[in-house]
Every structure is written in structure tokens, then in C-alpha cells.
Ligand binder design. Structure first.
Ligand SMILES: *Cc1c(COP(=O)(O)O)cnc(C)c1O
Length: 345
């Protein structure tokens, strides 16, 4: 077996959901877009439902179809991209709830599936998805008189608690939605941590469930172990890997492990990250290549059979920082070649 092992701790996942749920007095849904942030939408979705989530969010209707097949009929599945052209059959047949983003989407939805539930996404300043205040004013009465299940918006800077944008968007959301009877949602993981003013009727955490910042108390969920293919001795002055980017300054033992940028261990990790043998860190040396990484294991007391990339010490955020990115990108890049193991649940 030469591919890496990705272990997903479903008990840690559900414990993160419960912890975030415990921070509010309102309903806690769960965001499982991008294949459950790379960890497997069927397993992740089922575990979250077992823990108590009743509403799940995906980005695209196609993801909703896969999720519906995994979780059965009794869960509401919202689709952030809304009711796109060509999606009507999927939305209707699979009982998906599109979050309409434009007047055109609202019209398409009400014409194609008049009784079918939907939600509305509002733009409160992020300028990415949703109706702007004038558009909302022109269609709110029609929308709210139909089977509208949720009115939501999304915060652009919620991971920075002191950012003035948070309060601006909160005020805009109030301005656009105060007085309506349909449930409202503004907070993702970051918004939950901003406090009760941001919670409204439902929160929609994603990354915190999977162990990522800004939920700093999250338990790690993803663990990645890579098999060592060979270990060699390298003399002083010899180089390792593409472009000779690392040169031995002492007689060294170099382990070559199975996993590379094709597996989501992005090339920007070159020369920055650690791998782990139990609780002992060893430095990645040389360039990350497509299928392989090299690490300096000279200081280990024994030759390793496996080195870890994600463990209790090196979380997705710690690894992301080494590569100048965010935990979200590390998670959603985890490659298809790993053997996936699910623990707990
Ligand atoms: C991705 C997403 C979320 C979840 O955000 P996290 O930061 O992962 O908690 C919630 N709402 C919307 C609109 C999103 O796109």
C-alpha cells in the first residue's frame, strides 16, 4: 500500500457541531459544500444529522443530489448558488431548497416550481451573492407570500471580530429584514463567535465543524499519514529533489514519502512544513513534487515506516500557515488518492 491514509474523526466532527450549537440559543445547521470540506459529504452529512443537525447547505444543486441520496428525505438541503438554469429537475426531484440570488432566479423558481420551497440570499455588502437592497424591496412582498423558508446573508470579515464591516453588515441585514416572519440567518463559523446579535434564527457553520479557524477550540477532524517508500543516506554537499533546492550540511538520512501536490500537499509547502514521527517533528526538505515529499529524518531514533502530515500538533491551520494559505484550502484540496478511514460516528 503506497497511498496515504486520511482518517476522519466523526466523533470530533460532531463534538465540534455540539460545541458551536452550545454557543447559541438558536438552530445550528451545517455547511457540507465541496464534498464536506473535502472529508466526504455522505459520511459527514450522516454524522451531523445523527448529532442533531436538521438543515444542511451545499454550494451547487449537483452536490445536493449526492447529499440527498446519502441522507434520505427528512433533512432540508439548501443550495447557495440558488436556482440556476437547468437545475429545475434536480431541485424538484431531489427536494432541494435553492437560495435565490437574483430577481431572475426568483422568477425562474416561482414559474418553474410554484409551490416548491426556496430561500432568499441578500447582499449586505460582500458583493458576491444575493439581492441588493433595492432589488429586495421590489420583490420582498411577492417572495415572502410564497413558500419562502429562509432569508440569509453572509459576512465578509467575520474572522476579524473587530472589523467595522461586521457591524455594517449586521445593520444592513436588520434594515433589509426587520419585521419579516421568515427565519433569518447571518452567521457562519466566524459569525457565531461574534456573539448573540449575529445569531438570528439559525447559524450555518462550516469550517469550525471540520476543525478549522476561526473556531480555535475546535477538535482536529482530519489526520493524514503517509507511508515512507525509502530512506537513503546523503553525504555532505549532496542535494535532494528538483532544482537541487536542498543541500545536506551534515551526513543525513532522507525519507521519501508517498504524497505530493497531486494529493493536495501544495507545492508552497516546500521547505516550510514539518512531518511527524509520533510526537517528533522532522523537516520537509527540498521541493514537494507531484507524488512525493522528502523529509530529513536524521534525528529520529529509528527509521520511520509512516510520517504524519496532519495530526494533533500540525492541524490544517498550522499546515496552511506554512504554505501561506488557509485551513479551508488545505481541507478542500485533500486528494482522491488517499485511503479514507472514518473513525467514530
Ligand atoms: C461557506 C459558507 C458558509 C460556511 O462558512 P464557514 O466560514 O466555513 O463557517 C456559510 N454561509 C455561506 C454563504 C458560505 O458560502
Amino acid at each position: 500500500m503506497s497511498t496515504g491514509f486520511l482518517t476522519v474523526d466523526l466523533d470530533a466532527l460532531t463534538s465540534n457541531w455540539r460545541a458551536l450549537d452550545g454557543m447559541t440559543d438558536v438552530e445550528t445547521a451545517a455547511v457540507v459544500k465541496a464534498d464536506g470540506y473535502g472529508l466526504g459529504v455522505a459520511k459527514v452529512g450522516r454524522a451531523l444529522i445523527k448529532a442533531g443537525a436538521k438543515r444542511l447547505f451545499v454550494a451547487a444543486a449537483e452536490e445536493g443530489v449526492e447529499l440527498r441520496q446519502a441522507v434520505g428525505p427528512n433533512v432540508e438541503i439548501f443550495v447557495f448558488s440558488g436556482h440556476m438554469r437547468g437545475d429545475t429537475d434536480m431541485i424538484g426531484d431531489m427536494m432541494l431548497t435553492p437560495l435565490v440570488n437574483t430577481v431572475g432566479q426568483l422568477t425562474r423558481h416561482l414559474e418553474a416550481l410554484p409551490e416548491h420551497p426556496f430561500g432568499v440570499q441578500l447582499d449586505t455588502g460582500m458583493n458576491r451573492l444575493g439581492l441588493e437592497i433595492g432589488e429586495w424591496a421590489s420583490v420582498a412582498e411577492i417572495a415572502l407570500s410564497q413558500n419562502c423558508r429562509l432569508v440569509m446573508s453572509h459576512l465578509a470579515c467575520a474572522d476579524e471580530p473587530d472589523h467595522a464591516m461586521n457591524r455594517q453588515q449586521l445593520e444592513q441585514f436588520h434594515l433589509m429584514t426587520d419585521g419579516i416572519e421568515v427565519p433569518r440567518s447571518l452567521a457562519a463559523t466566524g459569525g457565531i463567535l461574534l456573539g448573540p446579535e449575529y445569531h438570528f434564527d439559525m447559524t450555518r457553520p462550516g469550517v469550525g465543524l471540520y476543525g478549522g479557524a476561526p473556531f480555535t477550540d475546535a477538535q482536529p477532524v482530519a489526520f493524514l499519514d503517509l507511508p515512507v517508500i525509502q530512506v537513503r543516506d546523503v553525504e555532505v554537499g549532496e542535494t535532494v529533489g528538483y532544482a537541487n533546492s536542498w543541500t545536506a550540511k551534515r551526513p543525513s538520512k532522507i525519507a521519501t514519502v508517498s504524497g505530493g501536490y497531486a494529493d493536495g500537499l501544495i507545492r508552497a509547502l516546500s521547505g516550510g512544513a514539518n512531518l511527524w514521527h509520533g510526537d517528533q517533528a522532522v523537516p520537509l526538505v527540498g521541493r514537494v513534487s507531484m507524488d512525493l515529499i522528502t523529509a530529513d529524518v536524521t534525528d529520529l531514533p529509528e527509521l520511520p515506516g509512516v510520517l504524519s502530515v496532519l495530526n494533533q500538533d500540525q492541524t490544517v491551520d498550522a499546515l496552511a500557515e506554512r504554505a501561506g494559505t488557509i485551513g479551508y484550502e488545505i481541507l478542500t484540496s485533500l486528494g482522491p488518492r488517499y485511503q479514507r478511514r472514518y473513525a467514530g460516528g
